[in-house]
Design a protein around this ligand. Structure first.
Ligand code: HEC
Ligand code: HEC
Length: 384
């Protein structure tokens, strides 16, 4: 009886909009409020808030052997294990990078995936999958850094046409910058990829299935879009994560609020913004694209570009060749060091200097700036 009264009191508080923070997850953490980093988008109804918290708890949850963790290979026991910096849903340090591998015949090509795909798991029981005895040995590897997930629902809301409008596959304006959308075939129909360093996944719900499989070795019900692992080789009955749980986690990601700008009007920041355009940064890191309702200020075109050295050897996928990566959003960039797909840049200055090929003109122009101009550009980036 008393428990029931307590419960209805909590519901009342929730519907009055007083109580937004709640104790969730294995860590017993307090969820940030709307508008705070790691909190939900503003304007969720009490019911939606309940779903968001349930999804956050799934994201924070540690999966055990009895829950089916592992295929039996896996990278970590939870989403939180990597997406945690500076709060749940954030980025991860170098030690949390994941690795991809393949065979490119010593750089001569053609690139080919080895059996089992590109993912090289971090954790696995010894003597499974017999990878030591592959007919050819992997000779090309790529590190992938854990990006932050704040505001991804807004990127998902951008209509495809608004992304395609910025493509320039033939460099028609001769600025040395191309830009192509990643087009994936889903159920036989083309769809623009938006998520992952090579834009290899179109929606957040697809990413939940993909990450549950690839990161945690947890099976999910398949919906035919090609991202679910619906059966694995451990002893727990499949699916190990229900459709309702997939939906909750997707809702959490879709409504995880964007990072807020510092919003400084200091002369240095204002000067940095002018330089950002002058150095062509804004050609790829487009300040905003129109979303479903409002412009989304994420500083990305969601297109693939090659900013890697010409002798770079990495992964290839259909529609995303060697060295092609999605322009990463720069909102909240101050929270997510290290930088670049492999985390090879410790800070923002190093990240800018690491731009070659399509980004060469930008990094060359950066080198020619005075020291105070360089600091101004960095100050602007740290304001985003
Ligand atoms: C071992 C570390 C690790 C774990 C555990 C992990 N992730 Fe990630 N996450 C990454 C990395 C690395 C990437 C980039 C992968 C790529 O593009 O190759 C990523 C990318 C993502 C993205 C796309 C982000 C973007 O900007 O496009 C989403 C969404 C995501 N993860 C969700 C999840 C969910 C949900 C879970 C739990 C099921 C999870 N991740 C568990 C490391 C991890
Ligand atoms: C040709 C398109 C292009 C131009 C021009 C460009 N960038 Fe980038 N930028 C990219 C791509 C693509 C990456 C990701 C590369 C990788 O992951 O290895 C990137 C990565 C970054 C990162 C690291 C982001 C992260 O999350 O790791 C920062 C910071 C950055 N760029 C800032 C700038 C600035 C400042 C300029 C101008 C001086 C600039 N970029 C010019 C395409 C571009």
């Amino acid at each position: 009886m008393s428990i029931r009264i307590l419960r209805s009191f909590a519901v009342l508080l929730g519907s009055a909009g007083i109580c937004v923070a709640a104790t969730v997850g294995g860590g017993g953490t307090e969820a940030p409020a709307p508008g705070e980093l790691g909190g939900p988008t503003t304007g969720l109804s009490p019911t939606e808030m309940g779903t968001w918290l349930a999804g956050e708890a799934q994201f924070d949850r540690a999966f055990h052997i009895a829950d089916g963790v592992g295929t039996p290979e896996f990278n970590a026991e939870s989403c939180r294990a990597c997406h945690r910096d500076p709060v749940l849903g954030g980025a991860g340090g170098l030690e949390l990078n994941v690795s991809r591998f393949g065979f490119d015949n010593g750089g001569l090509g053609p690139f080919q995936d080895l059996p089992g795909g590109q993912g090289l798991s971090k954790l696995r029981p010894p003597m499974i999958n017999d990878r030591e005895n592959y007919p050819v040995q992997a000779d090309v590897f790529e590190q992938r850094q854990t990006p932050s997930l704040f505001g991804l629902g807004l990127l998902e809301s951008i209509p495809e046409a608004n992304i395609l409008a910025n493509e320039d596959p033939g460099d028609s304006n001769g600025d040395g910058i191309f830009g192509v959308a990643r087009v994936l075939m889903i159920d036989g129909l083309p769809e623009v990829g938006r998520f992952g360093w090579k834009s290899q996944v179109p929606t957040l719900e697809d990413f939940v299935r993909d990450a549950m499989a690839g990161e945690a070795g947890i099976t999910t019900p398949s919906v035919g879009r090609g991202f679910a692992l619906s059966a694995d080789a451990d002893s727990v009955a499949d699916p190990e994560f229900s459709e309702a749980e997939v939906d909750e986690m997707a809702f959490y990601l879709e409504n995880l609020g964007p990072p807020l700008r510092v919003g400084s009007v200091a002369p240095e920041v204002v000067q940095g913004e002018i330089l950002f355009t002058a150095l062509l940064c804004s050609t790829c890191h487009i300040p905003n694209i129109n979303g479903a309702v409002d412009p989304v200020f994420a500083y990305t075109d969601l297109l693939l570009h090659d900013v890697m050295p010409t002798d770079y050897r990495g992964m290839e996928e259909p529609g995303a060749g060697n060295g092609m990566f999605r322009t990463p959003p720069l909102w909240g960039i101050r929270h997510s060091a290290p930088y670049m797909h492999d985390g090879r840049a410790r800070g923002l200055r190093e990240a800018i200097l690491a731009h070659e090929s399509e980004g060469q003109a930008s990094s060359d122009a950066f080198v020619l700036l005075s020291e105070s101009e360089q600091s101004a550009l960095i100050a602007f980036l740290r304001d985003l």
